[in-house]
Design a protein around this ligand. Sequence first.
Ligand code: SAH
Ligand code: SF4
Length: 367
Amino acid sequence: MAVSVHDESAIKALLSELGEKPFRYAQISQAVYKDAVPDIDSITTISKELREKLKPEVFFFTLKLRSEETSDNGQTTKFLFETHDGKLIESVIMRHLSGRNTLCVSCQAGCPMGCSFCATGKLGLFRNLTFAEILEQFDFVAKRLAKEDRKIRNVVFMGMGEPFLNYENLKTAIDVLCNQKKYDISNRRVTVSTCGIVPGIDRFAVDFPQTSLAISLHAPNDETRKSIMPVENTYPLSDLMAALDRYVEKTNKRVFYEYIMISGVTDHPRFAPELAELLRGRLAHVNFIPYNPGEGIMGNGMLPTSKLLIKKFQDALEKADVPSTVRHTMGDDIDAACGQLAMKEKGESLATESGKSISSAFSKKAE
Ligand code: SAH
Ligand code: SF4
């Protein structure tokens, strides 16, 4: 079976089987990650003979671009990819006015966690993505951005899926992204967002003490959290906060808390002081995300909160010395506010159909 070009140990094993010296890997790696070659044929630093031997064994890219859509202001582009086995996943690039570019990647096709406000949750889990599929999203968009003379500076695991349910592939993908000899993204500029898988948080603290962690908190108490996030049944808020205290103790890093503002659900006025008390004295930063009522979750009766109420929450946090921001939801017009990679068709049809619902879902087709 062929191996991904990102699979360092498999490539090294292949090279040794072929009787090649270990430094060949360094030449291949340089070509793939620094010279951004598109295929084996383009690695001219190795002999033609070796290229011919590697060609049938090593693949660069398995994802197929199905469609892409750019928001009206040109800042956000959503890419829809199809995996080799017909699963659809999405990546979003956000071009910030400051010049930095943030890529949001998916780590699973679908998600098993079933949060009621989330379009991906409605799909259920199809399967975990391989580390190669995670890295291919990055590689594809990086090459695309290079044409615009831009570079990806930040990577956030806030696309489809729950990263800590696909830990090994997440780990390998981050290792490749942050390896100085490879994509050389700063660890601090990679953010992993979890709905609160406690064992994952503990592992992450050990494996990636520099990498940023975001927690989808979304409610300041068990009752409300349980009503929208089934994960609360397995890892209740007290266990989650204890894990985050251990995380901060180990890493001394500030935790980003995501708080989705859903009218009448998470924005009750008494939740503002409750949230402030929960986070008081903790190394925290809260991002308020106005609920994005994208398609796929329409009909769940949820509506976004008014800006005025969000301000009340921010005021309460400020009094408790907890910094917060309201996340500017880029790409609203294409359902691509990161983490809201909404499906415009029912999950099932999106995952199994061949073209019909996709073409109606995206106005601009892939080139
Ligand atoms: N599974 C991980 C990462 C992917 S979701 C997690 O839950 O953290 C990325 C972020 O988008 C999460 O904070 C998620 O709660 C949020 N999100 C999901 N659906 C949303 C919606 N409809 N509106 C706004 N934010 C949403
Ligand atoms: Fe999964 Fe995150 Fe969506 Fe919840 S919010 S269903 S954990 S992707």
